[in-house]
Design a binder for this molecule. Sequence first.
Ligand code: HEC
Ligand code: HEC
Length: 258
Amino acid sequence: MTKLISVAALAAALASPCAAAAQESAQVAQGKALYGQFCTQCHGADGKRGEGYQTPIWGPGSLIAKFETAQGLFEYHQMLMPFNDPSLMTDEQKWAVVAYVLANHGAIKPADTLSPANAPSIAIKAPQAAAPAPGSAPAQTTVAAATAPMLDNSAGERSWAKCRACHQVGPTARNGVGPHLNGLFGRVAGSVEGYAYSPANKASGLSWDNASFARYIQDPRGAMPGTKMVFAGIKNEQEIRDLAAFLKQYAADGKQGQ
Ligand code: HEC
Ligand code: HEC
């Protein structure tokens, strides 16, 4: 009989002559592959920057400590990552990618494996920039983690996090992957200057009001077959109302309130 070698171990051995790589748990190795597939487009291969988000997601400069524990980071992924559609990944895959992120951050060892049992007790410390004075850094971390809200405070703003990778609002908003959404309500679909809409959007004849917005956000492709907005949709009606309220704050010039 030929010797049986685990595929993961073999792949790790072939991929890198470095002994540390061979010590990666199967979960971290899986997370690395998934990260390449689902996350690099927005966060870069090094977790520092991509098309979608300019803040590092691990290591110096990242805000990862606000999730406090591996469990917190996993729950964030259940809710929001990957951004274009959190349902693209199974829970098992999310555990793997969270393990990979935490291994890069140094919160776990590459050989470790995360599970619902150990995740609540695995703390995520603030990233080390230069060597911090021993003792002082962890204390500050605890204070920051306790006072900083985990995500945005208002419901609509929190939901807006699902749109921000592709859309902007505010006085400096520009078109990105999608058109800017200033002054959306009352606007005719497909009417933002300089944005290359799909023919489906331009021909829809819609104008954006509560009803057309809700239908589109619930199921973009169902409501507008051929739209190029790649977004799974939000089913929760309260969340859609919160989101609409958030967007209505922004007038056509991007100024807030009136
Ligand atoms: C379509 C773009 C996009 C994709 C794909 C994506 N992200 Fe994100 N990610 C974002 C944006 C935008 C934010 C900021 C969201 C916020 O402020 O809540 C973010 C925030 C995060 C954060 C929190 C960081 C912080 O500074 O608050 C983590 C961790 C993260 N992403 C991990 C991942 C992982 C892991 C994947 C792959 C499974 C992934 N993301 C896929 C766009 C994306
Ligand atoms: C992955 C990128 C992406 C995400 C995430 C995304 N959108 Fe879009 N959105 C687009 C694109 C691309 C278009 C242009 C669609 C077309 O031309 O068919 C668009 C179009 C729209 C339009 C029509 C605007 C107009 O001028 O006619 C609205 C409204 C909209 N998006 C709202 C949202 C909201 C609200 C969210 C968050 C819940 C969101 N989008 C998330 C990419 C995205």
